[in-house]
Design a protein around this ligand. Sequence first.
Ligand code: C2E
Ligand code: MG
Ligand code: MG
Ligand code: MG
Length: 281
Amino acid sequence: RAKNDGRGIYRFFEAEMDARMQTRRNLELDLRRAFKASEFELHYQPLISLESDEVTGFEALLRWHHPLRGNVSPAEFIPVAEEIGLIIPLGEWVINQACMDATRWPSHTKVAVNLSPAQFRSENLVNSVFGALARSRIAPHRLELEITEHVLLQHNESTLHTLHALRDMGVRIAMDDFGTGYSSLSYLRSFPFDKIKIDRSFINDLSNQDEADVIVRAVASLSQNLGMMATAEGVETETQRDQVKAAGYTEMQGFLVSPARPIDEINARFFADACIGKSRL
Ligand code: C2E
Ligand code: MG
Ligand code: MG
Ligand code: MG
């Protein structure tokens, strides 16, 4: 009887595993299909100067419009795209599209693009970025590449070499989700980032945790002393905005101003005047 129970449980787990692997396999196939079918789109979230209240740029955030499932979150599909290598062509498409979209904005407006660790393992990243800049003809300093601590986890020579090669082209490099990794501080020593983006979990905890407040302020002074800009992500309330401004952040991003939205909506809201399209004519 005990034996039977054991086997039953085993079969149950086995079936569960099969189902999970099947779901995963389907997602992989679906992603490859979606890339060919152009189901991906970039949405843009404004970055706001805390000094002037003006829009300084936009972060490109990938969206997947699935014909049956609706919008699928990048948190679900980016890790899979990384594992199956699709992030290489997909990431290249993102860089190109973001640079082309930026040509529709005033010439001081930046565009931020997220990069995956896998893109640093491919040989093509520097060439892709160079190509996107050449095709769009945007000034290199308008392109900001966001990397997370995961990119530096391996901390090998080729990663640093790639970062320096990108920087030598004039592109800006930002450290995203700062404070969530294993040894955040040591990564700041390995490369002179242009900007630190503190993870939004710290901003989220501002009102209900004294420690978060101390950390948020410490990161601002750290970045000031290292000569880096500091961006606060995930600002949802006026109070949080006031707090990060007082702490010395240069820039903010969050639902308080806007979530990521399609480019036409962004352009209508932020550049409704004659500015738009000038750079394309
Ligand atoms: P991330 O780069 O840290 O992007 C910020 C995330 O925080 C976005 O989630 C954004 O929608 C969300 N966010 C911004 N402001 C607020 C706020 O006030 N409240 C809340 N609750 N959330 C806010 P999203 O778009 O779901 O993207 C998740 C992650 O997926 C990104 O985190 C990034 O790591 C990754 N990702 C997105 N697009 C790309 C891409 O093109 N390439 C790569 N490699 N990764 C991407
Ligand atoms: Mg980012
Ligand atoms: Mg982030
Ligand atoms: Mg994140």
